[in-house]
Design a binder for this molecule. Structure first.
Ligand code: 2U9
Length: 357
């Protein structure tokens, strides 16, 4: 029996893995193992012999079992140690960078100016991009023969052959939204209408789709002084300057009378734009007192009410604020230019340090 013990404890000590241990268990203490065979021999012994051999065999079986369990635990510990030694993570390595989205500069400019006009008491109105030619032209004092219809390079929607109703158009400005707002709300009214507009034109300063924000304020005692103040407040807030000088130049639009184009004082030095200082002037918008015919087209009595209106190109505002030189970059499908201009969420260029022509 001592031989058996020495043999199996030796084998257990040598075993290199769980399979080897299992083979030893079957051979030693399994149903047909050596210890079981010895147990069977107990029947042939004398009672005295059995009294000695029985407990000894049981003790041997227990000893082998506990040696097996201890070795199994030791092998598991060693395997874990090996894994811990070989499979380790460097948690100090930097993470893989993930592509981050950003607002489009036109959307960003649009959101900023909407917030500024909201502070000034203007609500936002939206309307269809496919318009009746009445809302887009006639209501704005641009009748069928008016050269502005041709000047605006209008996209006309097709009508079925034989359908002789006036055509729908892709709106050439957001002014029809203001006509619709007047029709719905009446006076007094203060709205801005930001959104995409369409003209068949494409070069470095024009794209077939671009964005405008137009504003309209109508009440009984609105004057150009109110227009001037609103525009000054807007320009100061949008370009983040304490003071700015505006220059009103007489102009002509069919929908306003009188009309004015508005320039802001600025300087271009070393290719850098500074707004509110310097000896240059830059045109940024058109404006005027709403033509009485246009007020009437919106269903409001021009004998009682008057108001101002203005129109600004949002794309150009965004280019000026963020220093983007070519309008076409906005509509290019390759957006690497966005990063090139430092345009990433939470990573805005500083207006007065970061602009270049
Ligand atoms: C109504 C009445 C009047 C909106 C106006 C302009 C002058 C203007 C241009 C600016 C740059 C278009 O995008 S741009 O090319 N707009 O100069 N827009 S007054 O006048 C209105 C609008 C609606 C009912």
């Amino acid at each position: 029996m001592d031989d058996l013990k020495a043999k199996y404890l030796g084998q257990i000590a040598e075993a290199g893995d769980e399979n080897a241990l299992e083979a030893i268990r079957v051979a030693a203490v399994g149903k047909k193992g050596e210890v079981a065979l010895k147990m069977r021999e107990l029947g042939k012994m004398t009672p005295e012999e059995r009294q000695v051999a029985g407990p000894a065999l049981n003790a041997l079986k227990e000893e082998i079992n506990s040696a097996l369990a201890a070795k199994k635990a030791a092998l598991a510990d060693a395997a874990l140690d090996e894994r811990l030694r070989t499979e380790w993570l460097d948690v100090t390595l930097p993470g893989r960078p993930r592509g981050q989205g950003t607002l489009h500069p036109v959307s960003q400019a649009s959101e900023e100016l909407t917030a500024i006009f909201a502070e000034l008491g203007f609500s936002v109105a939206e309307g269809p991009r496919i318009e009746t030619d009445w809302h887009n032209f006639d209501a704005l004092n641009i009748p069928g023969h008016h050269p502005a219809r041709a000047e605006m390079d209008t996209f006309y929607m097709h009508r079925a052959p034989g359908d002789n109703r006036p055509p729908h158009v892709l709106r050439t400005h957001t002014s029809p939204v203001q006509i619709r707002s007047m029709e719905l709300q009446g006076a007094p009214i203060r709205v801005i209408c930001p959104g995409g507009v369409y003209r068949a034109d494409y070069d470095q300063t024009h794209t077939p789709m671009f964005h405008q924000v137009e504003g309209l304020a109508i009440d009984k005692d609105i004057s150009m002084a109110n227009l001037k103040w609103v525009l000054e407040e807007f320009v100061k807030a949008f370009f983040e300057v304490d003071d700015v000088e505006l220059r009103f130049r007489a102009s002509h639009f069919p929908f306003t009378e009188p009309s004015a184009e508005v320039d802001i004082r600025c300087s271009w030095e070393g290719g850098q734009l500074k707004i509110g200082e310097g000896d240059d002037w830059m045109e940024i918008l058109g404006s005027g007192m709403v033509h009485p015919k246009v007020i009437a087209a919106g269903g409001i009595d021009p004998e009682v009410y008057q108001g101002f209106a203005f129109g600004i190109g949002i794309d150009r505002l965004a280019m000026l604020k963020y220093g983007i030189p070519d309008l076409r970059a906005f509509f290019d499908s390759d957006l690497r230019w966005l990063r090139h201009y430092g345009f990433a969420a939470l990573d805005m260029p500083n207006l007065h340090g970061g602009l270049s022509r």
